[in-house]
Design a protein around this ligand. Sequence first.
Ligand code: SAM
Length: 237
Amino acid sequence: MKEKKEPDEFYSKKLENEKEMFNRIYRILEIPFVYKLASILLAPGGYHLIKPLHRKAFGQSSGRVLDVGCGPTLNTPEPKGLIVGVDVNPAYIHQYTGGFVDEDPQLIFTPPISCRHLGFVASADKLPFADGSFDEARSNAIFHHLPDDVALKAIKEMCRCVRSGGRIVILDAVFPVKAWTRPIAWLTLRLDRGRYARSQEDMLELAQKSCPGSWDWERRTTTYTGQEFLCMQYIKE
Ligand SMILES: C[S@@+](CC[C@H](N)C(=O)[O-])C[C@H]1O[C@@H](n2cnc3c(N)ncnc32)[C@H](O)[C@@H]1O
């Protein structure tokens, strides 16, 4: 005979199963190749449409550049100089550097000749570098993975690691101003494995709270489904 479940127990079990199903899908997305394929399918046109925004934000980048939440490949323009990736996923760092996981933060000051990509496993809210080590700290599409407390610390850390006069540039997808005008963009972001997608206002507030000052920003459509990216930039005093 089938066991009869109380409604509360039934619904919490159902919720748990759904959560487990999403977690499994998200874990599959951790595989670099699957992640790349999913980006192409879920964000059609994203590869091309975001390019002008990237070129404008990073076209002149030079010196020592920190790429926070770098993922498996550098999707923003290569700076003239050295790029240093940081990610929590060692497999991504391995791929980002072409087969290495760096451990000594001092390496950023004396990188091996011909090496343009270094990579460290670390969380964005606890960067392993000394104050003012970089000319620029950038992040592309990571903040929707970070809850507010971690996101606040991550921006603070990016500011700390950049020298005076250096730049902090943060790009991320934001929710449409009105969900019903861009329903697919809204839904894709809502179902993204990054569970902390925000509105433009929330992103700007977060930036202001962590690093008070004059943040420039620009918002652009970056996929054929109408998804939008916000680019925020701050020059450290
Ligand atoms: C959507 S991907 C973006 C990757 C890359 N920046 C790009 O432009 O393709 C988000 C990345 O953030 C990383 N990530 C998530 N939480 C993080 C954290 N607390 N610290 C550092 N990286 C994190 C993930 O591992 C993933 O590589």
